[in-house]
Design a protein around this ligand. Structure first.
Ligand code: SAM
Length: 325
């Protein structure tokens, strides 16, 4: 087993295999600062709480998430900060707070109380969102070596936080193009970039719907000429046809040697009922890695170019491509 430590997380390869099609499949243990021993009690308390919610939801299998008598949804909105946070779903601000639960306040000045903080730190959703970002960082750091200047497009960038975090793992200079359909998130990422000492000249922002304005997206990305592309937390909101079409387009603009990473929630998420009916995160289509693998191959990517990355929390599948032809 090989381990690697980064500034804010560690990652250990547990097993490397090949799928039937020949793609590489890598199982990983991902740990960050909230996995440390001193959090054991909090993490267990959260597991017990989530198990309680799961048991309750199992007694009401047909209840819609927005039913007035959904007590699981109610329980998760007891604190003002959780209620304020829930308003951001499914936008980029929701993941922003989960990426860094050490923030003291939520945007409308509600204090991030201990319960809300513990939910962000230890729930499977929180762990999975950070693990997918850390896995992206690791994959890119392995495959973007010797590229000179990195030209990095982030599709559905949200606030840009996971991209900016990942960018700290590189010494090469980076130009960023951040694309999102939410202008507020893009405006915020412009401010956030200052925290990461990004030079204004190295940043570009585009307000685009990458499905509806696909042609415009192609032009903007082609002009930027990227060698690195991420699309995190987007595919679960798209249909299969949209995923294949988007992958085809993104793959087409990538040069040989270019690298791309994207994600989709898995059906193995240990608290899927809680995610859907208590957190009530809207519109997510979880998918098996085998299913996503088939979509990627359908989009014209060869199996030798594909690596399927599966963190041990089982929440997200992360899919990395290195273009070779
Ligand atoms: C869950 S957030 C993920 C943000 C960030 N990539 C991350 O990993 O934290 C999803 C983002 O996708 C954006 N989005 C959703 N559909 C989109 C579309 N069709 N075109 C562009 N952006 C889209 C939303 O505005 C939101 O900021």
């Amino acid at each position: 087993m090989s381990s690697q430590n980064f500034n804010f997380f560690s990652l250990t390869i547990q097993k490397i295999d090949r799928t039937e099609s020949g793609a590489r499949i890598v199982r990983l243990a991902v740990r960050d600062r909230f996995s440390k021993k001193r959090y054991t009690l909090q993490r267990w308390a959260l597991v017990l709480f989530s198990n309680g919610l799961t048991l309750y939801l199992k007694t009401k299998p047909d209840m819609p998430a927005d039913a007035p008598n959904n007590y699981a949804r109610y329980m998760l909105r007891l604190t003002p900060a959780m209620r304020a946070w829930a308003q951001h779903m499914p936008g980029g601000f929701a993941t922003y707070y989960v990426h860094n639960p050490d923030r003291r306040r939520i945007d409308n000045n509600k204090r991030l109380d201990l319960i809300t903080k513990a939910l962000f730190q230890h729930s499977y959703d929180g762990r999975g969102i950070r693990a997918r970002a850390h896995t992206m960082t690791w994959f890119l750091s392995k495959n973007l070596v010797d590229q000179g200047r990195i030209r990095w497009v982030s599709v559905a960038s949200g606030t840009g936080q996971p991209t900016f975090d990942a960018s700290t793992a590189f010494v090469s200079p980076i130009d960023h193009l951040l694309i999102d359909s939410d202008q507020d998130a893009l405006d915020f990422s412009q401010k956030l970039a200052e925290e990461y000492d990004k030079n204004e000249d190295t940043l570009r922002f585009e307000n685009l719907n990458v499905i509806k304005d696909a042609q415009k997206m192609d032009e903007v990305i082609a002009e930027f000429n990227p060698n690195c592309l991420d699309a995190m937390g987007l595919f679960e909101y798209l249909t299969e046809d949209e995923i294949v079409a988007l992958l085809r387009r993104l793959y087409a603009v990538l040069p040989v040697g270019g690298v791309m990473v994207f994600t989709n929630m898995r059906d193995t998420h240990p608290n899927l009922d809680v995610h859907k009916c208590a957190v009530a995160w809207p519109g997510v289509q979880e998918r098996k890695w085998k299913f996503i693998e088939a979509l990627i191959l359908e989009a014209g990517v060869s199996s030798e170019e594909l690596t399927i990355l599966l963190p041990d929390d089982d929440v997200y599948g992360i899919y990395g491509l290195v273009k070779s032809q």
